[in-house]
Design a protein around this ligand. Structure first.
Ligand SMILES: CC(C)(COP(=O)(O)OP(=O)(O)OC[C@H]1O[C@@H](n2cnc3c(N)ncnc32)[C@H](O)[C@@H]1OP(=O)(O)O)[C@@H](O)C(=O)NCCC(=O)NCCS
Length: 253
């Protein structure tokens, strides 16, 4: 597994780096926020796949790497018109996007999921509505409502759930309390810490999480793996400033 982050400032002008299908999809999005996030996630996906395949990152080459969506929303990749033998997962938050890439699974269904969150305030209601009793206890053990410990814990657990629900390709159609997160108790020198997301009595998704500046990044997968390696060709998430550029111009042109 490998990963890459990009910031909004790197989004190329125009649509020449998108495929026809991607450009048409972006054009249906009237709100700048949605359109920018879609383009940003495309950039992360294309750059990551280009880096894995050793392809150039000029607009024509990027347009040949299509990051399309299955009916339920899960992404898949087509390179020069052919189905690519990779599984990808995409996420964005506050002007930054991450793509996780791995080999395609042999069974039907997703093999990996990634989710990016910022450490931001989470209410008591958020914690009680979306987290299991065990997870709520963990958040309370990390600090009072409104403290950094509370907010890191609440966002981290939420993110790990989203990662697992992306592996399952259901996303937030599922009840977030149907999966439960257990965090490991060590941090590797490369910044990754282990986690496991339990889905029912028999299914479990091992994964990893890291804190990069104001961001929390989680991933989940079908199999136990080492943490993903960072691909060349991305931006540094650890120094990334959250941006909300869409606010200046909420309706896309
Ligand atoms: C998956 C989901 C939780 C992610 O939402 P989010 O946290 O706001 O957004 P993120 O930036 O972290 O992730 C967005 C990416 O998740 C991926 N995604 C969307 N649905 C997915 C699914 N069912 N399974 C796996 N990945 C999914 C997509 O790649 C999407 O980016 P893209 O549309 O540009 O390809 C949410 O989109 C969801 O619940 N989707 C399913 C239900 C739904 O409303 N579907 C409508 C689309 S058909």
């Amino acid at each position: 597994m490998r990963w890459l982050a990009v910031g909004e400032a790197a989004i190329p002008e125009g649509t020449g780096w998108l495929s026809e299908q991607e450009a048409a999809r972006a054009a249906t999005m009237r709100f700048t926020k949605r359109r920018t996030e879609y383009r940003l996630r495309r950039l992360a996906g294309k750059r990551a796949v280009a880096s894995v395949l050793g392809r150039p990152v000029n607009p024509t080459s990027l347009a040949g790497i299509e990051v399309l969506n299955r009916r339920g929303g899960a992404p898949y990749v087509v390179v020069d018109g052919e189905h690519a033998q990779v599984d990808v997962s995409l996420t964005d938050r506050a002007g930054w996007a991450v793509c996780l890439v791995g080999p395609e699974g042999e069974l039907t269904g997703g093999t990996l999921g990634v989710d990016l969150e910022a450490v931001e305030p989470r209410s008591r209601g958020f914690v009680t509505d979306y987290l299991t009793a065990y997870e709520q206890e963990y958040v309370r053990s990390q600090g009072e409502l409104g403290s950094e410990g509370w907010d890191v814990a609440a966002n981290l657990l939420w993110s790990a759930k989203e990662s697992a629900l992306k592996v399952l390709r259901v996303g937030l159609r599922a009840d977030t309390r149907s999966v439960e997160v257990t965090l490991g108790d060590y941090v590797r020198p490369d910044g990754w810490s282990p986690l496991v997301v339990h889905a029912g009595p028999s299914e479990r998704f091992p994964g990893w999480w890291r804190r990069d500046g104001v961001f929390l990044l989680t991933l989940a997968s079908r199999e136990v793996t080492d943490p993903p390696a960072l691909l060349a060709g991305g931006d540094d998430l650890a120094t990334g400033e959250p941006t909300h550029s869409w606010m200046a111009n909420p309706l896309a042109d």
